[in-house]
Structures are given as structure tokens and as C-alpha cells.
Design a binder for this molecule. Structure first.
Ligand code: NAD
Length: 341
């Protein structure tokens, strides 16, 4: 049965994926209203929310997902029927330096949102199951990093792969996935969870891998690559991810988790070569950009390989990525050059 959201509380909607989701939803759904709660940490910026397709259906609230009174007030004031929860501390390197902030935001923040939804939707004044299953959704955005790392021979991560997080970031995300599941089984909270691979594309924070490679190439600066550059990631173009979230939100089965991947397993070295080659085409005067590559000391606990088995979402919800890595990187370069919104 199709679910139709009316007013969505998007958390972290000034960040990379959240802002792309806000743009997509306002474009794709002509009636939905969005209340966007974001603390505007170093990772969030209102620049990501300029030129929204229907700004009159978007309200921005500057605040913290851990602030239970604010969150309760938003549920009440805006009659929130749907939560799409992106807000998180998301940078693995930062989690090594400051794990406490990751526990606060990712674990306590998710708990605060679940409690607010429970009180508003299932409390004394709330609706009762099965009506709640028809009229409310809590969509939790998680990561493939909760599954740990793979060898070259291992099969890709499936929804049934046991959790084995290796960094404070992935551990805090794993810890936030469990109460979401528990609220479904214990309280009948209408939840869905998605675990996706590495995203890239427009509006990604400048310090992440692909934006750094593109920027440093454009500025003629050294392009740092961790370790031997042989780490493998599955790369997912951000708008493909947002389309998958929309699909799971409206058609996913309650209590289920769905893995989302780009079917693009690439070694970091090969990603860098691809970007350098595409920039050589664009800016032949500065070729070869690959001369800028410099290998730097590997980071602690750096997972070797991630790969995603997308059979479940492909088979049950008819979703697949539209971009391969080359087409997605071309779009990302255009955006970084200021040629597209
Ligand atoms: P991001 O760091 O770009 O954005 C996070 C946003 O959350 C920022 O706008 C930030 O200001 C906001 N935020 C942080 N703490 C907050 C708080 N306490 N209250 C309210 N807002 C707060 O992250 P992203 O890359 O867009 O990732 C979004 C979600 O997707 C995260 O949950 C992340 O774990 C997950 N994810 C990301 C990737 C990826 O490749 N980027 C891959 C898999 C899963």
C-alpha cells in the first residue's frame, strides 16, 4: 500500500544528502510540506537550500535534534506525520578525534526523535495501530559502515549481514539503528531504515574525498590519497540515493531495512584516476592532473572494502541507480565548477 507523506520533519536537511532530498521532494511531490530541523554545524549550510523548487512549502528551523522540548513543539505545531532522519555527525576522521559528540548526536538525537514520535503518534492523544501504520512514517537513514569491512572474496553486505562497526562513527550509527528497530517491535512505531554506501555529488562538504580531489586538482594542489589507495568503496550518486529514499518512504514495508548501493565498486586510486582523466579533458592545459597525487599515512581503522547487495530494494521496490561513476562524476565536476545548481 502506498504511503503519502503530508508534512515531513527532515532532520539535517541543510547537510549534503538531506538538502538534496529536500530539493528532490519539493520537486517530485507537489503538495508535501517540509519542516527542516538542522543545527547548522560545520557540515550544514543554508547555501544548500537556496533556489528551492517550492520555498513556500519549506520551513527551516535552526535547532538541535537532542532538544526534546523543541522537537515535541515541532511535532505539535506542524502536525508532523513523517520523519526522515538524516541529522548526524557523519565524518569518520572527526569521530576518531571526538567520539563523544557522535554518541550525543547520533545515539541520543535518534532516541529523542523516536520518543517525540512515540508521544505524538502513539501517546494518549495519538492514533492507534493499525491507523498509525497507514498515516505515519519514521524513516531512519543509516550507513553500510555498520556492517564493518569486507575482504576481496567476501560477498557484498546484505540486510542480513551481522553488524560489526569499526569506527566511532559507524558504531554510533549502528547504536542508533537498534532503537529504531526496537520501537517497531515494542511500540508498533511505523519505521523503515535504509543503509547506503558512500554518496557523492552536488552539495557535498568540501572536506570529503571526491570534492577534495576535484578542488585540489582545480587549484593545482597536492591530491592526498590514504595509505596505498587500494581501499574499495561502492559509490552512489546522491540523487539516486534520494530517489531510493523516496521510494522506500512511500512503498517500503514497515519494520524492514533496505540496503542502497550504486553498483559501483571502485578502488580509491581508480576514482582519483577517473577524476584526473575527466579534468584533463576539460582543462588540457593543466594535464596530467594525476601528477598531483600524493600518498599520505593511512587513517586508523580504515575499512578495506565496502560493497552492497541491492537485490532486496531492486527486487521488491523496483529501484536502481541511474548514474554510473563516470556520469555522476561529470555532473559533480559541473557543479563544483559552478555550471549547475
Ligand atoms: P552531513 O554531515 O553532510 O550533514 C549532516 C547534517 O546534520 C548537517 O547539516 C548538520 O548541521 C546536521 N546536524 C548535525 N548534528 C545535528 C544536531 N544535533 N541537530 C540537528 N542537526 C544536526 O551528512 P550527510 O553526508 O548528508 O549524511 C546524512 C545522513 O546519511 C547521516 O545520517 C549519515 O550517517 C548517512 N550516510 C551518509 C553517507 C555519505 O556518504 N555521506 C553514506 C551513508 C549514510
Amino acid at each position: 500500500m502506498r504511503y503519502t507523506p503530508s508534512t515531513i520533519l527532515v532532520t539535517g536537511g541543510a547537510g549534503f544528502i538531506g538538502s538534496n532530498f529536500v530539493h528532490r521532494m519539493l520537486r517530485a511531490d507537489h503538495t508535501v510540506r517540509i519542516v527542516n530541523l538542522d543545527l547548522l554545524t560545520y557540515a550544514g549550510t543554508l547555501d544548500n537550500l537556496t533556489d528551492l523548487p517550492a520555498p513556500e512549502r519549506h520551513v527551516f528551523v535552526h535547532g538541535d535534534i537532542c532538544d526534546s522540548s523543541l522537537v515535541a513543539q515541532l511535532f505539535d505545531e506542524h502536525r508532523i506525520d513523517t520523519v526522515v532522519h538524516f541529522a548526524a555527525q557523519s565524518h569518520v576522521v572527526r569521530s576518531i578525534a571526538d567520539p563523544g559528540e557522535f554518541v550525543r548526536t547520533n545515539v541520543n538525537g535518534t532516541f529523542t526523535l523516536l520518543e517525540a514520535a512515540r508521544s505524538a503518534w502513539l501517546g494518549a492523544k495519538g492514533v492507534k495501530p493499525p491507523e498509525v501504520a497507514r498515516t505515519r512514517r519514521f524513516h531512519h537513514i543509516s550507513t553500510d559502515e555498520v556492517f564493518g569491512t569486507l575482504t576481496l572474496e567476501d560477498p557484498p553486505f546484505a540486510e542480513t549481514t551481522p553488524y560489526a562497526p569499526n569506527s566511532p562513527y559507524s558504531a554510533s550509527k549502528a547504536a542508533s539503528d537498534h532503537p529504531v528497530r526496537a520501537y517497531f517491535h515494542t511500540y508498533g512505531m511505523p519505521v523503515v531504515t535504509t543503509n547506503c554506501s558512500n554518496n557523492y555529488g552536488p552539495r557535498q562538504h568540501a572536506e570529503k574525498f571526491i570534492p577534495t580531489v576535484i578542488r585540489n586538482c582545480l587549484e593545482g594542489k597536492c591530491v592526498p590519497v590514504y595509505g596505498d589507495g587500494q581501499n574499495i568503496r561502492d559509490w552512489l550518486y546522491v540523487d539516486d540515493h534520494c530517489r531510493a529514499i523516496h521510494r522506500v518512504l512511500t512503498h517500503g514495508e514497515l519494520g524492514q531495512t533496505y540496503n542502497i548501493g550504486g553498483r559501483n565498486e571502485w578502488r580509491n586510486n581508480d576514482v582519483v584516476s577517473l577524476i584526473c582523466g575527466l579534468l584533463d579533458e576539460r582543462l588540457p592545459g593543466q594535464a596530467p592532473h594525476e601528477r598531483l597525487v600524493e600518498f599520505v599515512t593511512d587513517r586508523a581503522g580504515h575499512d578495506r572494502r565496502y560493497a552492497i547487495d541491492t537485490k532486496k530494494i531492486t527486487g521488491t521496490l523496483d529501484w536502481g541507480p541511474a548514474e554510473d561513476l563516470e556520469s555522476g562524476i561529470r555532473k559533480t565536476i559541473d557543479w563544483q565548477l559552478g555550471l549547475t545548481q
